[in-house]
Design a binder for this molecule. Sequence first.
Ligand code: HAX
Length: 452
Amino acid sequence: MAPNLPTENIHSHNLKQLLASKIDEHNKKVSTFRKLHGGTVVQNLTVDMIYGGMRSLKALLTETSEIDPEKGIQFRGYAFEECLKLLPKATNGEQPLPEGVFFLLLTGEIPNEAQVEEISREWARRSEVPEHVEKTLKTFPKTLHPMAQMSAAIASLAGDSKFAKAFANKVPKSSYWEYVYEDAMDLLAKLPKIAAMIYRNLYKDGVVHGEIDSSKDWSSNYASFLGNNSPQFIELIRLYNTIYCDHEGGNVIAHTCQLVASSLSNPYLAYSAAMGALAGPLAGGAHAEVLFFLNKLTSEHGYDIDEENLRFLLWEHLISSQVIPGYGHAVLRTTDPRDTAFRSFGLKHLPNNPYMKLCSALYNTVPDILIEQGKVKNPYTNVEAHSGVLLQHFGIQEVDFYPVMIGVARAIGCMSQMIWDRGMGLPIERPKSISTESLMKLVNEKKTVVFD
Ligand code: HAX
């Protein structure tokens, strides 16, 4: 259920002021909660969780979003479909402006158009990328992976960190979040141009065409920098950034960012580290996996594969112990509503794209086969089922670049949470590790695992 309705009651359009009162109010609530329930046990830890990548372990605090296995991602309690409906759109646009989801993740409230516009203006104002970053990117060899370039470019902004300076000047802990907020706004403002510089250097003419246009929204400028001004591509970028903005705190990107920032490392260094996590094929490689799969099918069997043949090929693929990319999820137990949004976009704007047609055939065939196979907990599409196809259609063909695009979008969520982490005064993360030998001893002695 949505906690709050659109914000007629907000007198000030100043996001930072609003945030100050929200953080204060929340901290009082948390303080009372901890006094009453600080010792309450919420989950038992099993040996399998320890060996299994901490899967399902409820041990991280994330305020901005939460995945409901049956409904999908909830941004501050709002289901994704509600966000698509309620968040402000550009004039003549149908997709939400990601500036609005940033406001929502930060405040828990659906912004009005003026509040979203204020963020667009603010990000345009802060968007200039320092010359040294541009020069550094130009010196990288073309063989250096775009994610390594992204991580390096973000780290090289750290010299301008307002949080690092404030910390060195010994500002009170209660005001840390204000400086993290400033860094977060600066980073978000600069990311589209940094991503576009990487893209244009590696794959195009090395020039980011056009200056920032402060009358346009963040995604319009981003699309122009990438080299495609078409209204449909701009709409896709708005949707894409809203879709990938946040996915609770346990994914490797958000978790890395939160961990690194917990040492009070500045937001640039924390997000640069998170880009290292996103660069891993298990994190940022899934868009591409779907395209490789579609490419394999079409190069061997053409575009018009009839249903019977498709079923045969899918079984053949599964029998050779391979997964069908774009299907299944670690937490979700239904079609990812974010994929539903991508699919609707594709059906509307590129109904005749041959990959889109093949995706539709798969959409109608794969779940039944996965159910019949009987292993998969969720046989339905995940967010990656159509994402790469849409990007390819609009000319972003270079699959190595896709994680960079996720990195731009995910900064919205990671930065929102980081502001809250410092606002709540969360401590440095320091879980206890244990060796197999000690774990065996503990289990034998106590029969339950209790770290002390
Ligand atoms: N095709 C075939 N088999 C699949 C499958 C798929 N799409 N999804 C899961 N399975 C298999 C698993 O490999 C596992 O088999 P084993 O028992 O033999 O190991 C079994 O079904 C149970 O797996 P699960 O519990 O349903 O799923 P997991 O939590 O282990 O894995 C994955 C979740 C997303 C990694 C998995 O569904 C998968 O590999 N999907 C295909 C790759 C893909 O689309 N990745 C993108 C993920 C996007 C995302 O997470 N976004 O948030």
